[in-house]
Design a protein around this ligand. Sequence first.
Ligand SMILES: C/C(=C\CNc1ncnc2c1ncn2[C@@H]1O[C@H](COP(=O)(O)O)[C@@H](O)[C@H]1O)CO
Length: 253
Amino acid sequence: MTENTPQNNEPLGATYQRGPAIMRGSMIPSASSTANLLGGDDHQDWRDIDPWRVLRIQSEFVEGFDELADLGPAVGVFGSARASSDSDDYHAAERMGQLLAQRHVAVITGGGPGIMEAANKGAALAGGKSVGLGIELPFEQGLNAYVTLGLSFRYFFVRKTMFTKYSSGIIVCPGGFGTFDELFEVLTLVQTHKMTSMPVVLYGKNYWRGLFDWLDGPVRKRGMISRIDPHLVLLTDDIEEAVHVATSTIPSV
Ligand SMILES: C/C(=C\CNc1ncnc2c1ncn2[C@@H]1O[C@H](COP(=O)(O)O)[C@@H](O)[C@H]1O)CO
């Protein structure tokens, strides 16, 4: 079992989710389908053969585009799944969700716990649109209770397309690899002009300073990136400023 196993005290042990199905005990497969896709496993039934998977991937895109097409202006809030509900970061993300909702801007998160839950909570309790784009993970509990529009994806890359396509700006709170992935996805798409430039706010100066200085120092000096546009990436400890900048390209705000 992984450290993410939340249901250790359940009679049958942990619950494994795959699409609409849940499995327990001996019904839990030894490897997830996503792992098979990436791992090139030979022992698959027809539904796991790559050409058929394309249909499932396609359906995730279609459902995502369909559900989110009318969302209106939105900001993505990313950050640690592990932030506890009494942490400063959690309270900050909750306030961000609230401020965004008050500006009639939808909040988009990964729909999970920690910072995601906090931002969804702030938005939902302020009467705003609170979107959770969840990811099917083995032993995961599903979308947090503050999501008012939720979608679950099997594939990270489909889900990331939804984050970037429907967000007009992002606020990145302290987090780990998942958060880094989301931050660098946006920076890469902007740098390669695959996406219109959007404001990227790094909330938590102390936390992000080291990464920012490394990017703007050795990485830039070796010519690996161009200068980080200060109008594109902001480092701040000010929640109001974070929301103000993240929504700065939305005409109605
Ligand atoms: C590991 C734990 C929960 C995992 N549940 C997640 N649900 C939804 N989205 C997630 C989850 N974990 C990561 N993400 C995405 O990555 C970002 C956070 O990752 P980090 O590594 O914690 O920084 C977040 O923005 C999500 O989109 C604990 O119970």
